[in-house]
Ligand binder design. Structure first.
Ligand SMILES: Cc1ncc(COP(=O)(O)O)c(C=O)c1O
Length: 470
């Protein structure tokens, strides 16, 4: 007998069937459903009709009935969320844009990571497949990281392995470290220009970034001293080696002075050593700042994503004393530990014969690319001011007075050149507009054409006809 309750029951049963299946999968025939559900053909047809009307199933005449996409055709009203969410605690500070720049079409002067041509993807693939086949591959590792990997980082940087904590990329390490040291509401000093991801971390943790400008020798000690006096800050974030965006190095004769100023202020230093393996061929990369520190003031964060691959989310924090316990605890709060196969992959890669060759190849390419960029910018953009990078992947270029940064970035994009706006790398008002030009993702031979287009964009501004760049 046909009644509404039997149709309801069949609707429920069919819905369960659809939920258990995959989108596009064909349902059994009406006859098979009748037998399976113990009802007549009309009940099955009415139940199917209802689910088709609700968009959960689709019928194709002559072919049957199929499971529809789970996307609802009438999205629910989510306006209530705006009221419930209120002001956002998340302050991406431009890093959300920068992170996607590498996907933009055109000449890539905006990349944050090496292009595929400089990566060891084949060796990575072999290493990760060996790592995934280990009998212990999917067990939890020690929370601080695999001892072998901690020892490797320790040897590379000159640290005791007990002072090494394995983390998932330096972005998450910066986040755990800043939040472990300071509760919301505190000021944090940043050597500027700086990396927007670190500013995003600070602001999203409720901290207030304060700018301490750099010159060609890195952070200015006179301004650092003033900043501590004015703010009573307890933390400085600095990139002493090949700072992003300028590629500069903290001058050897400032290292002791900077540490001394921080000691007097009772402040920690986060050393973001993201470019440890991005020195130019033939140059001696300076040692990390923590090797000059005898009091556990400096917390060093070093990452393998830049030299190996962005998706190899492995980095390390080097710290001593109670601050390390706090950071380690914060890491567990955040995400327990770094995936064991990834850690084994790194061990495989860095202990294999290809590692040294990889470092040499990257060092040579970066030198060549940086030289090409410096030459092209000096030639094509004589009114721009910059200090040549000493290593790393980018340089910071001051635009001539009166040039609007947003207009310049948009005009460059229209001509097919991807660049990052300087404002993401600075804090507060700036006297002049800047661009960050990266050579991580552009081969040396493509640099002259890219810079010629950039010069044209700066000359002609937004009046140029658009080319196919979104
Ligand atoms: C200075 C600096 N620090 C940290 C990071 C974060 O890198 P990752 O999380 O891939 O190690 C970046 C990435 O662009 C960076 O430029």
């Amino acid at each position: 007998m046909l009644n509404d309750s039997s149709v309801d029951r069949v609707v429920d049963e069919l819905q369960q069937l659809a939920d258990a299946g995959t989108v596009g999968q064909r349902l059994p025939s009406t006859r098979a459903l009748q037998a399976r559900l113990g009802v007549g053909p009309v009940t099955v047809q009415r139940a199917l009709g209802r689910l088709v009307a609700e968009g959960r199933l689709v019928t194709r005449p002559g072919s049957g009935t199929f499971i529809a996409s789970r996307r609802t055709t009438h999205p629910g009203d989510t306006d209530w969320q705006q009221v419930a969410l209120g002001p956002s605690p998340v302050h991406p500070s431009g890093i959300d844009r920068v992170v996607h720049l590498a996907d933009a079409p055109g000449f890539q002067l905006g990349a944050g990571y090496l292009d595929a041509g400089l990566r060891a993807d084949t060796r990575l693939a072999a290493a990760i497949s060996r790592a995934a086949r280990r009998p212990d591959a999917w067990a939890s590792p020690p929370a601080a990281g695999l001892p072998e990997l901690r020892s490797w980082f320790g040897r590379q940087l000159g640290a005791d392995p007990d002072h090494v904590l394995i983390t998932s990329g330096s972005q998450s390490a910066l986040s755990a470290t800043m939040r472990a040291i300071l509760p919301a509401g505190h000021p944090v000093l940043f050597a500027t220009p700086t990396y927007p991801g670190a500013l995003a971390v600070a602001r999203s943790a409720g901290l207030t970034p304060i700018s301490v400008p750099c010159d060609a020798g890195g952070i200015r000690p006179d301004l650092l001293r003033d900043a501590f006096t004015r703010t009573s800050a307890r933390l400085l974030v600095i990139q002493p080696t090949y700072a992003n965006p300028g590629g500069r190095v903290l001058a050897a004769d400032r290292r002791g002075e900077v540490l001394d100023i921080c000691r007097v202020a009772g402040a920690f230093v986060i050393e973001d050593d993201y470019a440890r393996w991005l020195g130019f061929a033939g140059e001696q990369t300076p040692p990390p700042l923590f090797v000059d520190d005898e009091r556990g003031q400096v917390i060093t964060i070093v990452s393998l994503t830049k030299i190996l691959a962005p998706s190899l989310r492995v980095s390390a924090v080097i710290a001593r004393g109670p601050v390390m316990s706090r950071i380690a605890a914060m890491r567990i709060v955040d995400d327990f530990f770094v995936s064991r196969p990834l850690q084994h992959t790194v061990i495989e890669l860095v202990s294999g014969p290809g590692w040294a060759a990889q470092l040499r190849a990257v060092g040579a390419a970066l030198r060549e690319r940086a030289t090409a960029l410096v030459t092209a910018v000096s030639h094509e953009l004589p009114d721009c001011v910059f200090v040549p990078p000493l290593g790393g992947i980018s340089m910071f270029v001051r635009l001539p007075a009166g040039v609007d940064e947003r207009t310049a970035v948009a005009a460059a994009a229209r001509l097919g050149v991807v660049v990052s706006p300087g404002r993401y790398y600075t804090i507060g008002e700036q006297e002049a507009a800047h661009l960050r030009l990266s050579y991580a993702g552009l081969r040396a031979e493509d640099v002259p054409a890219a810079v010629a287009l950039l010069a044209r964009a700066l000359r002609d501004g937004p009046t140029h006809p658009a080319v196919d760049v979104r």
